[in-house]
Design a protein around this ligand. Structure first.
Ligand code: URA
Length: 240
């Protein structure tokens, strides 16, 4: 059973920085097994203790799962000599062990799952699992009239690569030149190359869904939050 300091546990649960949660504990906002605990250093059993903050039960997860709204201009890597990385959007003390599930291009924005759960990452990225990924793209140029049918049939890219059937639809709710693309695989620059094969150029791209997980519209570019228990269940079901 992992016994750990109460302030460390609450910070780990994303309730605030270590300093912030210490203040919450001292203010009497935290109960452990029904009793108010004002000592940030109190040791609790992270698996078994019922920890409540401001009336909300907090649950310890041995592994960490975050939804990040990736901004354009950072690369999907843990560390890089020349570029800012998605992991650098997390405070340094949180980074250890975390990595991104899959990859978005430097100029692509949107939903990126950041975790330390290698098994889930592997399951979600496995080509055999067919996990849906939904992208919104702003496109320049005139697409061929049968573009959606060619996506649905399994499009052949300019280099001869054949894609799995995918969905392409106009997205007038986003703007005049926007489309929505749903893929079940993740080849290199896939959306850009598929759109190029039907006559367009992607000028802006963001991912909004991954395996049933939807990008939280309240997350500004560069912001992240822990997945809810419900979101995690959704994802793990996809990974099976
Ligand atoms: N397809 C692309 O072309 N780029 C991405 O970043 C993701 C999917």
């Amino acid at each position: 059973m992992p016994r750990m300091r109460l302030d460390k546990l609450l910070a780990h649960l994303n309730c605030g920085s270590r300093k912030e949660v210490q203040a919450m504990i001292r203010a009497g906002r935290v109960q452990v097994d029904g009793v108010t605990e004002r000592d940030p250093a109190a040791k609790v059993d992270a698996d078994a203790a019922q920890v409540v903050l401001d009336g909300q039960a907090q649950h310890y997860q041995a592994q960490r799962y975050y939804m990040l709204n990736k901004p354009a201009g950072v690369i999907t890597a843990s560390r890089d000599e020349r570029h800012d990385t998605v992991l650098e959007l997390f405070p340094e003390e949180m980074r250890r062990g975390l990595f991104a599930v899959g990859r978005l291009d430097k100029d692509t924005e949107g939903l990126l799952l950041i975790t330390d759960d290698g098994a889930l990452s592997h399951a979600l990225m496995s080509p055999a699992r067919h996990v849906d990924k939904v992208y919104e793209a702003e496109v320049e140029g005139e697409l061929v009239p049968d573009a959606a049918a060619r996506f649905a049939a399994g499009l052949e890219l300019k280099d001869g690569t054949v894609c799995r059937p995918a969905q392409l639809e106009a997205a007038p709710d986003l703007g005049e030149n926007w489309v929505r693309v749903t893929l079940r695989e993740g080849k290199y620059h896939q959306v850009k190359r598929m759109i190029a094969a039907v006559g367009g150029v992607v000028v802006r791209l963001r991912r909004v869904e991954l395996g049933g997980l939807t990008l939280d519209p309240a997350l500004a570019p560069g912001a992240f939050r822990a997945l809810t228990a419900q979101e995690l269940t959704l994802l793990t079901q996809q990974g099976k």
